[in-house]
Write a protein that binds this ligand. Sequence first.
Ligand code: UGA
Length: 437
Amino acid sequence: MNIAVVGLGFVGLSMSSVLASKNYNVVGIDIDNQKCSDIRNGILPLFEPGLENTLRVGLKKKLTISNNFSLIKNCDMIFVTVGTPQKSNGAIELSMIKEAITSIGRIIAKSKNNPIILIKSTVTPGTMQNIILPILEKRSGKKAGRDFGLISNPEFLQESSAIKNTKFPHVIVLGGYQTRFMKKTKNFFSKLHPNIPIIITNHQTAEMVKYANNSFLATKISFINQLSNICQNIPGVNIDDIAKTIGLDPRIGDAFLNAGPGYGGSCLPKDMKALINFADKVGINPILLNAVEKTNQRQIKSIISLMEKSLGTLALKRLAVLGTAFKPNTDDVRDSIAIELIKKLLKKKARITIYDPKAMRNTMKVFGKKIIYAKSITDALNNSQCVIMMTHWKQFEVLNNNSIKHMKRKFIIDCRRILSKKELNAEYYAIGIGKKE
Ligand code: UGA
């Protein structure tokens, strides 16, 4: 089985490495030549636990990385994993996917085999039928369903567990027509992931499933965040005990009930906006989804007002931000709430020092010299008048009275309740708990 993966971001790189490590012949394609050459040398464009090892194994076996699209011509399956970023109106930007499938169409025009093209990129319902399929048929001069297979195959992996999720997905979704290509794809996945449910449906449903999934996760987070804001105003109430308890109800489940500064990252915020935009287009006023988004945006404001309540004006105040990655175990700062917070604090003329175990380089790309980059947690805290803990890195759990002793004012805002069980000689506020006396 020869497999191509087009687009080497989190999904594509994890997928090509895992498949190659399982002895499939894999060609990983990306238009960025520098990125390809780095990957060939084992240098990763991103930090993802377990990826470096898996890539190394894959490269030793049958993984080829290239920017040369013609390498896909002998492939039986072609996975498209390019990004669909956000436009200013919230809709998705399709230029990358159009470019990728145009190149694929041109190559399959000349090839003799009948490949199956699987679209993993997140696209709104109808994109496959109305955009992808016509481009592919036009560029290849061939017919979908007869000469090549076309399947919607949304991806549910999470950054920071990309390898684990690629090896052990919770579900496989295959959208498309009941053709021999669908049968072959189903066989491929049932061999690759025995005992994992495979849902076979049409294109539009498969496309919508992805948005349903991410918007439900976002809804759970905004729900617990709204509840946490209520709890903050009830002395002694602890949001974590509430989340843990309701999570034991099998109808609710305990995942994605960690209150915090709001959801960030390259997926949840973008997919929520795309779904809201899409709902409007099909004539539905998405009241709940809008509320989920608004609740998310309000979280930052409530953190800032907590700060201003204690510090007064933030202008010229030295504030330390611990954690800029959008979640732990990644160096990704795209749409990170911490980045948004820093932007707002800079507007208020605060002086910001940050520390993150992995995301310093990416944060530097956003802020350059506008903020200070500390070498350690204590370095970040020195002389600061407030520390805001934004990302739940394990490393931050060591913070104690000794680490805060050189703060100008011992004032902690803990957005993830990392230190909530510790006795600290400090003014301590936690999202979902409020002020701890
Ligand atoms: C998300 C989905 O979880 C994946 O299933 C999906 O495949 C992916 O988007 C995608 O569309 O590609 P990811 O962006 O890696 O994955 O991040 P999440 O783990 O979902 O976290 C998103 C944000 O929610 C983070 O800022 C995180 O801190 C926040 N979050 C998560 C909370 O504030 N509380 C929680 O309980 C969980």
